[in-house]
Design a protein around this ligand. Structure first.
Ligand code: KG4
Ligand code: ZN
Length: 358
């Protein structure tokens, strides 16, 4: 099957073409549709192949504002979506007539941005009379880990860290996620972006902070790990952000300060440690067979290192998508859609599919 996937939940316009299909976990003696334990539904046993995965970032448009401006984001998606879909098809060497399934992000995200992708995908699916599957953005981020490692041992504990979300999930299987904890205020990426904005370092803040923190002393500035009073698995980053802004004022830190690298390294370190702290507590509670780290902030090398150190120490395998699959991209959306379609095939496009912001 060829899948054309579209992702426009925030400020990246992305389209991807994937090739994949169903197969059964059968031994040589059993027939398709049965496995060694009896009848079984078809399942993805091999990761789909990514034939193209085009991502156009709007960073330059939002940079002057230090954050995403929703109205500008949706207008930009409208301008670029046709070219991005065209590019994804031509890179894959696949024409629209060959597409068997359309996939699109339904939410959560910016409602105007989501509607651009959703309307575009509906139009194509309707015209070509092909099924259309709506995909949850968070499920797609988690799926990125399975795209590169289809045999992630389950149940898995998944930490999703992005600009809009910081959540911990217990995954019984790739399509079933139980929320264990989430941020009560800012997402980790949002805290990084806001501190960078305060210092006038540019947008998005995460990658800039990572670059400028390079070589800094992460123990130089005192940050305490934020903990929720009830010791739940929820996160909180707004206190950390406020502490960072207070230190910036007290120590008169600016873009030009000699202590900038030390300050940013200390902040990056505390963000990474507080994320891993909750993973440690959750792992003690749910005893997963593996660990997943995903979302845009999972590109951060310090966080990847701290996560892997924890995994090694606890004897659990860790799965972290390669950087290009951590930030928003349509390939992860197509992979979820394929999984959903194989589990429950649909013949006609669902034109009632609606976007949801939260
Ligand atoms: O997943 P994503 O592309 O979009 C959302 O769904 O939010 O994540 C974007 C977030 C931004 O906050 C950005 O600053 C952060 O990911 N980010 C990073 C890095 N690259 C992107 N944070 C830290 N280090 C990075 N290298
Ligand atoms: Zn995202």
């Amino acid at each position: 099957m060829f899948v054309l996937a579209i992702e426009t939940s925030c400020d990246e316009t992305s389209a991807a073409v994937l090739r994949g299909g169903a197969s059964h976990r059968t031994s040589a003696e059993t027939s398709p549709g049965t496995c060694d334990e009896g009848p079984c539904p078809p399942a993805l046993t091999a990761a789909p192949e990514i034939l193209s995965n085009i991502v156009l970032s709007q960073d330059e448009i939002h940079a002057p504002y230090g954050g995403v401006v929703p109205e500008l984001a949706s207008r930009q998606h409208i301008k670029t979506i046709t070219a991005i879909v065209d590019e994804s098809l031509s890179r894959a060497g696949v024409g629209l007539h060959a597409i068997d399934l359309y996939a699109v992000t339904q939410g959560p995200g910016l409602i105007g941005s989501l509607l651009v992708g959703l309307s575009f995908a509906k139009g194509l699916a309707y015209y070509f009379k092909k099924p259309l599957v709506g995909v949850d953005h968070l499920a797609a981020h988690l799926e990125a880990a399975f795209l590169e490692n289809p045999d992630v041992p389950l149940p898995a504990l998944g930490l999703l860290v992005s600009g809009g979300h910081t959540s911990l999930f217990h995954l019984e299987n790739p399509l079933s996620h139980k929320l264990l904890g989430r941020t009560r205020d800012d997402a980790a990426g949002e805290a990084l972006d806001k501190v960078a904005k305060f210092l006038g370092l540019g947008y998005p803040g995460g990658p800039v902070i990572e670059r400028l923190a390079n070589g800094g002393n992460a123990g130089k500035f005192p940050f305490g790990i934020p903990r929720t009073k009830d010791r739940s698995l929820d996160f909180s980053f707004s206190g950390l952000k406020t502490a960072a802004l207070k230190l910036i004022r007290e120590h008169k830190i600016s873009r030009e300060s000699p202590s900038l690298a030390d300050f940013l390294a200390s902040f990056e370190e505390i963000v990474a440690r507080s994320l891993v702290d909750n993973v440690r507590q959750a792992a003690d509670e749910v005893h997963p067979h593996s660990l997943i780290l995903c979302g845009g902030v999972a590109r951060n090398r310090r966080l990847r290192t701290r996560f892997q150190e924890f995994a090694r120490g606890s004897g659990l395998p860790a799965f972290i998508p390669s950087p290009k699959l951590c930030t928003d991209n349509a390939a992860m959306v197509g992979a979820v859609a394929l999984r959903k379609f194989i589990r429950r095939p649909v013949a006609a496009p669902d034109l009632d599919l609606d976007a949801y912001p939260r």
